[in-house]
Design a protein around this ligand. Structure first.
Ligand SMILES: Cc1cc2nc3c(=O)[nH]c(=O)nc-3n(C[C@H](O)[C@H](O)[C@H](O)COP(=O)(O)OP(=O)(O)OC[C@H]3O[C@@H](n4cnc5c(N)ncnc54)[C@H](O)[C@@H]3O)c2cc1C
Length: 434
């Protein structure tokens, strides 16, 4: 082999860079290698980067709440300067509408109460006072705009929602990845860009390192797959998919950017909103824009694609999402040729990530982030470093999963809930909500 490291991380998106940072902080000589020209240029660059604390499972919620504190104290966590400045956490909070689909948040409330996560109940009046012009008429079930009944209220009105103050969004997600890169480098980590991993040699059941597209061979006893929507092909390079019960696929997603209506300063006064009655989530964006994503109702196409050749043009789906949000904000002007982004989620069967070892010793994966793990990048980095220490130290993670103690709350995660060997988690929302 031409070079050697203690650990190679395939990918330098927000999660890959965080794994690199935490392994370097643990004393390993690390290399993050990425096919793209800079950190966070993959799916991370188009992330909505929403930080929120409501998830469908206890461990998923605990991880997200722990993650919130890293963003809140970002400079302290990084403990290093970046010549490009630091990503900004806009902690505007998140309003989750109480709907029939989420059982008026009964399950989420139980979990957030168990973890002592701050929240407030808002009635319709308070929602309308915060969001002037808001129309709370019910529209479920969600439809495509080609449906004759699209946009017609279906009876009744939402009673309000639950506001979580420990939430917001990061701008920008690519810069956050660069911040993590600089922090890793300050600890001795190395990054290599514009190089694709094309081979992962394995000998006697143990990973040996990677081979790059220019023929360079790099050896390491630990290799971590953090290849985002390319996670499945990277697992195949190592033969790591052999025992996986939970798998990953690249799912195409559109996020539309619309101008806030006249008289509503959404950039200043807006917040993150999750509204399962209209199957949309949204957040403020610069220039008084609103960024609107889909909460994946059954009617929306689920388009699994080749991560190297997918269509990057917006389609009618983006227009549908804009019109869905106009059901709440009737003054919204919707263009037939909207602006926005198209990118990929790396989804699992239950929309819960895989943070795990593999059937090959020394080969690990932080994959299947299912459109909802940006917020968890720093804590996922720490958890992966702990998991790698545990396994490399002789721990049998498959039989006796690591329990990982969170830094910011008194809770330990059963890492088995993120195992590649788990059964599909029926508690999941089976959507981007996780
Ligand atoms: C449209 C959209 C909106 C989202 N919104 C949110 C949100 O609001 N909140 C939230 O928490 N999460 C959100 N997510 C999810 C979040 O952005 C991702 O979970 C996160 O960015 C994934 O980071 P990553 O480092 O795992 O992957 P990526 O950023 O995709 O990085 C993977 C990297 O691996 C590299 N790579 C792949 N194969 C190879 C190879 N063979 N050799 C070398 N390099 C390779 C790629 O070039 C890429 O840079 C969203 C995702 C999308 C697409």
């Amino acid at each position: 082999m031409d070079q050697s490291y203690d650990a190679i991380i395939i990918g330098a998106g927000v999660i890959g860079a965080a794994v690199g940072l935490e392994l370097a902080r643990g004393g390993r000589k690390t290399l993050n290698v990425d096919a793209l020209p800079a950190a966070g240029y993959g799916s991370t660059s188009n992330s909505c980067a929403i930080i929120r604390v409501h998830y469908s499972t206890l461990d998923g919620t605990a991880l997200a709440y722990d993650g919130y504190f890293y963003w809140k104290h970002w400079a302290d966590y990084l403990d290093c300067l970046d010549e490009r400045g630091l990503a900004v956490f806009h902690d505007c909070g998140c309003l989750v509408m109480k709907t029939q689909q989420n059982d008026r948040l009964a399950k989420v409330l139980k979990t957030v109460e168990a973890l002592d996560i701050p929240h407030e109940h808002w009635d319709a009046e308070q929602v309308r006072a915060t969001l002037p012009g808001y129309d709370l008429a019910c529209h479920w079930p969600a439809r495509l705009m080609t449906d004759a009944d699209f946009g017609a209220p279906t009876g009744g009105a939402l009673e309000g929602g639950v506001y979580f103050p420990t939430a917001g969004y990061i701008s920008d997600p690519q810069l956050a990845s660069h911040n993590l890169q600089r922090a890793a480098e300050a600890t001795g980590g190395t990054f290599l860009f514009n190089r694709r991993v094309v081979e992962i040699p394995v000998s006697r059941g143990r990973v040996e390192g990677v081979v790059l597209d220019d023929g360079t061979r790099i050896s390491a006893p630990v290799v971590v797959n953090v290849a985002g929507p390319h996670s499945a092909p990277v697992n195949r390079l190592a033969g790591a998919e052999a025992d996986m019960r939970i798998t990953t696929k690249a799912l195409r997603q559109e996020v539309v950017h619309v101008k806030a209506p006249e008289g509503l300063d959404f950039e200043k006064n807006g917040l993150v909103i999750s509204d399962s009655d209209i199957a949309c989530y949204c957040r403020p964006e610069t220039g008084n824009h609103i960024l609107v994503g889909s909460e994946d109702p059954d009617c929306d196409p689920r388009e699994m694609v080749d991560p190297d050749t997918f269509n990057r043009d917006l389609t009618d789906q983006a227009v549908t999402q804009a019109f869905r949000y106009a059901q709440r904000l009737p003054a919204l002007k919707v263009s037939q040729s909207p602006k926005g982004v198209v990118d990929l989620y790396d989804v699992t069967e239950d929309w819960i990530p895989i943070y795990d070892r593999s059937c090959i010793d020394g080969f690990y994966m932080a994959v299947g982030s299912s459109g909802n793990q940006f917020k968890n990048a720093p804590v996922a980095g720490r958890m992966m470093a702990a998991l790698i220490d545990y396994c490399e130290g002789g721990g049998d993670h498959d039989a006796k999963p690591l329990r990982f103690k969170l830094s910011n709350l008194d809770h330990s995660i059963d890492c088995g809930s993120f195992s590649r060997l788990r059964e599909v988690n029926q508690d999941s929302s089976f959507s981007v909500l996780g």
